[in-house]
Design a protein around this ligand. Sequence first.
Ligand code: AMP
Length: 249
Amino acid sequence: MKVLVPVKRVVDANVKVRVKADGTGVDLSNVKMAMNPFCEIAVEEAVRLKEAGTASEVVVVSIGPQAAQETLRTALAMGADRGILVKTDATVEPLAVAKILKAVVAAEGPQIVLLGKQAIDDDANQTGQMLAALLGWSQGTFAFKLVKEGDTLTVTREIDGGLQTVKLKLPAVITTDLRINTPRYASLPNIMKAKKKPIDEKTPADYGVDVAPRLAVLKVSEPAKRKGGVKVDSVAALVDKLKNEAGVI
Ligand code: AMP
């Protein structure tokens, strides 16, 4: 069984992003980029499926600029077998990503597409759901646990206030939540080995997909600055403030 894992190159989660002065977006010049953390979790889960003998091959795909090749190499160093770079310098919205992934699925024939639940740059949380709809496949989103039995997949999902377990028929689209695993660090020998693993290069046009944006970003702004805290002298003063200023008790 082949598993396809789409991985996105985003601003490193530890970088404090700066909004451009004209409010048109986030300043990406000289900013450290890395694999989207939820995609790392998806790669880890796919590699674990392979290590358990459930998956036979893990293919990773990234849609983005040439530099997204580094992201694919990171996934290969974690244990994926080969990569596909769908090269574009354009901003590719989730619907266009889902259309490209649908074409990659047609070419590769995976039984499971394992995505991150969301990319931390745009926080869209749309691609997996759109892909499942385009393919007409089952979907298990926000996965906390995956168990494959024959041609079914039991997925425990993280939902508000608890967990929900669903049984899906394969093929299926799965999106990973935060707690399903802790991604491994690639070891130096595996980083070296990953340099020799194949990465195929394609373009959106090879898959017949028009990536022209459908949305216009009107404005990006920083969150409001937090006001400084104050020290209170007594519990009574605290309770008074909570009651009469914050209005929370
Ligand atoms: P989003 O819907 O943008 O929040 O992204 C959810 C997931 O879709 C990510 O964690 C990736 O697995 C996948 N994805 C989104 N954009 C891309 C991209 N440009 N290349 C590869 N995978 C992507």
